[in-house]
Write a protein that binds this ligand. Structure first.
Ligand code: TXA
Ligand code: MG
Length: 338
């Protein structure tokens, strides 16, 4: 039985008890909802992998209430890390640090490093304070699904598999934290997210971004065989390049005759796309809003029963890089329109 509870102080206290006794609790963070377990309890952490059907080769992020707890899970903390923590914690930045032996291998997939962050969300912080424990928490979705940005998304994916869901409304950032490896010079973004490359560079100088493995295919779509992550149920095509908007509209005109087509669109493009017959999910008109709505939009279009989802790229500055990363992983194929 899974309880879905409003995040009142009483229910947060109850959730903390569940975590202390080895249970599983989904809770809101500023990025997406997390599925938490006591990071120092290997049995509890096993439950996360089972509930999500997540392969154990994929390591988890450990969440802390405050910077002073970092030595609980990290063996050493370089000076750069402290500067970044001071600048961005609490917040959507995950740092990769040398692991403390007390952290079970399951949390880190036997790596010598551990991923750590202090989230910037009053409910997450209250829960973390109340337990006093480091809490391992991946996004609270079934493996391969899009990350949940509301308690209802978690309910759809994990009901019956976890103990409790704390409902704290919609996540404000909407894409996951930035994962940063500071063991190299320059530091390397392993996953773009809520703290942008520009924000990091303002504090520690040049930062590189781990290359996207997926490449755009020129010309007409052909069945994609590429690995998908964070994906909606429907087939999804991402248009990139200067003429992405035109290519998307051409595809809608053609596919709309034979299939029910959904589009994730910026507000200013929505009206015309609706007139052209698409089911449109409005993402808003700036990158903050687009990031906040991207996962909810994929879930909503799936719920509308569309056969095909079309979307376009929003560039690589600021949050655009994280949005691009998630769209590339979600897309069945990526079509370039230079
Ligand atoms: O915003 C977020 O980060 C959310 C919320 C709940 O905090 N959590 C989240 O967790 O997105 P998850 O498990 O879905 O993603 C964790 C990412 C994965 O890409 C994983 O490979 C990476 O962090 N990661 C974890 N430990 C690592 C390590 N030791 N070295 C390199 N990457 C690591
Ligand atoms: Mg995830």
């Amino acid at each position: 039985m899974t309880e879905l509870l409003a995040a009142t102080p009483e229910n947060i206290a109850r959730a903390a008890e569940v975590l202390k006794h080895g249970g599983l609790v989904a809770f809101p963070t500023e990025t997406v909802y997390g599925l938490g377990a006591n990071a120092l309890d290997a049995k509890a952490v096993t439950g996360i992998f089972t509930a999500k059907e997540r392969p154990s080769a994929d390591p988890l992020i450990v969440h802390l209430a405050r910077v002073e707890q970092v030595p609980l899970v990290a063996r050493s903390v370089p000076e750069t890390a402290y500067r970044l923590m001071q600048a961005f914690w609490p917040g959507p930045l995950t740092l990769i640090l040398p692991k403390q032996p007390a952290v079970p291998d399951l949390v880190t997939s036997s790596l010598e490093t551990v991923a750590v962050r202090v989230p910037n969300h009053p409910i997450a912080l209250a829960l973390l304070h109340e337990t006093g424990l480091p809490i391992a928490a991946p996004s609270a979705n079934r493996f391969g699904h899009t990350s949940p940005t509301t308690a209802l998304h978690v309910w759809h994916d994990l009901r019956g598999r976890i103990d409790l869901i704390l409902d704290g409304g919609s996540a404000t950032i909407g894409v996951e934290s930035t994962v940063l490896d500071i063991s190299t010079t320059p530091a390397r973004i392993l996953r773009p997210g809520g703290v942008t490359r520009e924000m990091l560079e303002a504090v520690i100088g040049p930062v590189t971004v781990l290359g996207q493995k997926r490449k755009a295919e020129p010309g007409l779509p052909s069945p994609g065989l590429l690995e998908k992550h964070y994906a909606p149920r429907a087939e999804m095509i991402l248009f990139v390049g200067e003429h992405a908007r035109d290519a998307l509209r051409a595809c809608l005109a053609e596919q709309g005759r034979v299939r029910k087509v959904g589009v994730l669109a910026a507000d200013e493009e929505a009206g015309a796309l609706e007139q052209a017959g698409a089911v449109v999910y409005r993402l808003g008109s700036d990158l903050n809003s687009i990031a906040r709505h991207i996962y909810a939009g994929m879930r909503w279009l799936d719920g509308q029963g569309v056969d095909l989802i079309l979307c376009r790229d929003y560039g690589e500055s600021g949050l655009g890089l994280a949005v691009r990363d998630r769209l590339m992983r979600a897309a069945s194929r990526i079509q370039s329109a230079e």
